[in-house]
Design a protein around this ligand. Structure first.
Ligand code: HEC
Length: 155
């Protein structure tokens, strides 16, 4: 019991870590498309002479932020997050990730019919979008990992 609780806690920790990684990667990949440059550093607390309280959280220099974004993009890339969290479409080279919807999860307008999972030894079906997976457990839809507050993981 204690062991499974530990494993669950580890899973939650890894998921939280992974989502921040994916978020950073999304920000880096999508920013140029939106005409953004590197994220602006957090604003400094206003100071008023000698009585001002010291600023508790130092703002990382822009170079450090760039480095974190770079690292996040790398981890998301080697973690293969786009394989399931980016909708795939048919392109000139076959089915490929839709670069305009990186990490946005299963498209909400893509309603799929009820699956007929195979009766072993094959066990799982994947949608052509590669964002929905059906098996004996039912259907799982890859989540939107963008920082969108309503549909993503930004809240
Ligand atoms: C094999 C496919 C697959 C890959 C690869 C994958 N995911 Fe997922 N992910 C899923 C599915 C499916 C769900 C939804 C599970 C559910 O609804 O129970 C999910 C859920 C999540 C969630 C939960 C979101 C929430 O708040 O509910 C996070 C965070 C996440 N994935 C991050 C990642 C990151 C980061 C990577 C890359 C390191 C990654 N995933 C790689 C399929 C995948």
């Amino acid at each position: 019991m204690a062991r499974s609780a530990g494993v669950a806690l580890l899973g939650v920790t890894l998921t939280l870590l992974a989502s921040s990684v994916a978020w950073a990667a999304w920000a880096q990949e999508i920013s140029p498309a939106l005409g953004h440059s590197a994220p602006a550093p957090a604003p400094q607390e206003p100071t008023s002479g000698a009585t001002a309280a010291p600023v508790a959280t130092p703002t990382p220099p822009p170079a450090a932020v760039e480095e974190m974004i770079e690292r996040g993009a790398y981890l998301a890339r080697i973690g293969g997050c786009n394989d399931c969290h980016t909708p795939h479409v048919r392109g000139p080279h076959g089915v490929e990730p839709d670069a305009t919807r990186l990490l946005s999860g299963h498209p909400q307008d893509l309603a799929l019919p009820a699956p007929k999972p195979p009766d072993g030894p094959w066990r799982m079906l994947t949608s052509e979008s590669r964002t929905a997976f059906a098996g004996p457990w039912g259907v799982s839809y890859a989540r939107n990992l963008t920082p969108d507050r309503e549909t993503g993981i930004g809240s």
